[in-house]
Write a protein that binds this ligand. Structure first.
Ligand code: NAP
Length: 313
């Protein structure tokens, strides 16, 4: 942790900025929220600019910027901040192409600033202990069910249906980021079906089969049309007891028995992200992991598209 608080600005004040970033910054004495930019919202107690350029010009004292806009705007915002010598915390999905991803990594290196490209689900409580359990077990097969109600979690978010908006792969990339954290070995898409509403550019549901380097199959069922109980589960069948991660990776069980996790905190992902960002800034390091993004790019590259009924919010 640096000696004085990191003066941080938030770019894009939507759902995730309000639900997670602003409270996590407020809870961590390593930061002082110093500015924000949004076309519509105001953040209480700090100067709010119209866009990132105006924020970078008007709040020159900023040390860092957290990019919380839709993914289509991540690259330009992160680039502008790095070129002004700011450290950058980047929401997932990091950007809309691997070329943008690579360029941001290069820009951070050149600028000598921290780029922390985050995968919040990797911070969920059960993920690290599940990775340890897997080290002494062989995976036989896995099933991922990521089924949520888009109207509840992405209200009014037209960007998610536009090109570069990822559709169901916006939450789906969270599950994939857990898989890449659990498995060092190769993960290869083998069959992919994307269900695309007639009035949208991105899928509302997907059925994906991945194969691990060791030959095990991972079946993924992703669906944004799911109402009722929301499901973010990963079931790993192994040569010993099955391992289950549920609630997006917050809860762990081995066989039928729940395994207590370190913090027992269902919502600690963003607190952990902000602790890590302060560490990286203090050490002058960056962290960017392209594996989840590469896998999703492959999924879009090889997916069969099936048209489905239009999505009307
Ligand atoms: P959101 O509610 O739509 O908020 C994004 C904000 O970005 C908007 O409020 C908007 O604020 C600003 N923005 C700037 N330029 C924009 C443009 N051209 N079009 C639309 N908005 C623009 O989205 P979100 O859910 O917070 O998601 C933001 C990022 O966080 C995404 O990358 C998403 O994947 C990630 N994320 C979301 C969740 C979640 O549960 N929703 C969870 C984890 C991560 P102004 O209109 O005021 O400028």
């Amino acid at each position: 942790v640096t000696a004085r608080p990191i003066r941080i600005g938030i770019a894009g004040v939507g759902k995730i900025a309000r639900d997670q970033h602003i409270p996590s910054i407020a809870a961590n004495p390593a930061y002082r929220l110093t500015a924000a930019c949004s076309r519509h919202a105001q953040v209480k107690g700090v100067e709010t600019f119209r866009d990132i350029e105006q924020m970078l010009a008007g709040a020159a004292e900023l040390d860092a910027v957290a990019i919380c806009t839709p993914p289509q705007m991540h690259y330009q915002a992160a680039k502008a901040a790095l070129l002004k010598g700011k450290h950058v915390l980047l929401e997932k999905p990091p950007c809309t192409s691997l070329a943008e991803f690579d360029h941001l990594v290069q820009l951070a290196q050149k600028a000598g600033r921290t780029l922390y490209q985050t995968w919040h689900s990797q911070h969920a409580d059960a993920v690290a202990p599940a990775a340890v359990l897997l080290q002494s077990r062989r995976l036989k097969r896995a099933r991922v069910a990521w089924k949520e109600d888009v109207r509840r979690w992405h209200p009014g978010q037209a960007w998610i249906w536009e090109a570069g908006g990822f559709g169901i792969l916006d939450p789906g990339i969270n599950a994939i980021s857990i898989l890449t954290r659990l498995f060092d070995e190769a993960l290869l898409p083998r069959s992919v079906t994307l269900f695309v509403p007639a009035n949208c550019q991105t899928p509302i549901a997907a059925e994906i089969t991945l194969e691990t380097g060791g030959g095990a199959e991972i079946q993924m069922e992703l669906d944004f049309r799911h109402t009722g109980t929301q499901t973010w589960d990963i079931l790993l069948e192994t040569d010993a007891e099955p391992i289950t991660l549920s609630s997006g990776g917050a809860l762990l069980s081995l066989g039928d028995a729940p395994v207590p996790t370190a913090s027992g905190d269902l919502h600690g992902e963003y607190r952990s992200i902000y602790r890590r960002f302060a560490e990286l800034v203090a050490r002058g390091q960056s962290e960017a992991d392209a594996r989840p993004m590469r896998l999703v790019a492959d999924i879009f590259l090889m997916g069969k598209r099936i048209p489905v009924e239009p999505f009307i919010e």
